[in-house]
Design a binder for this molecule. Structure first.
Ligand code: PGA
Length: 254
């Protein structure tokens, strides 16, 4: 049985005070969710205060991105090791906004995944297709290519140590959610790709769905057999909605 994982991706939002208030509300409403892993990914500068607030709770903290380099003259970059040092457990790698707006290629993402694992973080490898790619029937090939680049870099055995987030780009921040059947089909496809190399790893790896997951659609998505929780953008900025989504993940185990 895979433990569902729900992560909030705050993106470029908030202030120190707003982050503080959001985390406090999440913590006050968080039930004993030891059946689900829950975490938030604040902007980097708010990570230390969030780690401090979440100390001695089950709320984990993650980064939204890390550098593909370890150290040196790379102005503006933050390494996986640094994120680990300030108390992160997770780091998102290859979010579609990073790929589309900041030029990250499959190879960049593979290097980041490698470094995140090396520094002891759990990478959350984000994959997903554009609407054009889906309409052209290329979605499986695109997502398979994104996975394959990481397989080439780290090998199948390491996949047990990461989380995959399938996020169709056309569903991110648009209010358009993939139907549970569409999401399930892609999650099963991803597991199938991994299974050709190692069926046990394919069964064990957790695959989140992301893209307009809301309080009112989370339960039906999480009910699908290959969907192991969600990566939540907009709805993670409201504690009440985020907590409903966390509870839906817990209830999906029943
Ligand atoms: P959304 O974002 O929930 O606002 O669609 C999800 C994501 O980008 O991770």
């Amino acid at each position: 049985m895979r433990k569902p994982i729900v992560l909030g991706n705050w993106k470029l939002n908030g202030t120190a005070a707003a982050s503080d208030a959001l985390v406090a509300s999440i913590l006050s409403g968080m039930p004993a969710l030891d059946v689900v892993d829950v975490g938030v990914c604040p902007p980097h500068v708010f990570i230390p205060q969030t780690v401090h607030q979440a100390a001695h709770t089950t709320l984990a903290v993650g980064g939204q991105n890390c550098s593909e380099f370890t150290t040196g003259a790379y102005t503006g970059e933050v390494s996986a090791e640094m994120l680990r040092e300030v108390g992160c457990r997770y780091v998102l790698v290859g979010h579609s906004e990073r790929r589309a707006l900041f030029g990250e290629t499959n190879e960049t993402v593979a290097r980041k995944t490698h470094l995140a694992l090396k520094s002891g973080l759990t990478p959350v490898l984000c994959v997903g297709e554009t609407l054009e790619e889906r309409e052209a029937g290329q979605m499986n090939a695109v997502v398979e290519g994104q996975i394959q680049a990481v397989l080439n870099e780290i090998g199948i055995a390491q996949f047990e140590r990461l989380v995959i987030a399938y996020e169709p780009i056309w569903a991110i921040g648009t209010g358009l959610t993939a139907s549970p059947a569409q999401a399930q089909a892609m999650h099963a496809m991803i597991r199938g790709v991994l299974s050709t190399q190692n069926p046990a790893v394919a069964r064990a790896v957790r695959i989140q769905y992301g893209g307009s997951v809301k309080a009112d659609n989370a339960a039906e998505l999480f009910a699908e057999p290959d969907i192991d929780g969600g990566l939540i953008g907009g709805a993670s900025l409201k504690a009440e909605d985020f907590l409903i989504i966390c509870r839906a993940a817990a209830d999906s185990l029943r």
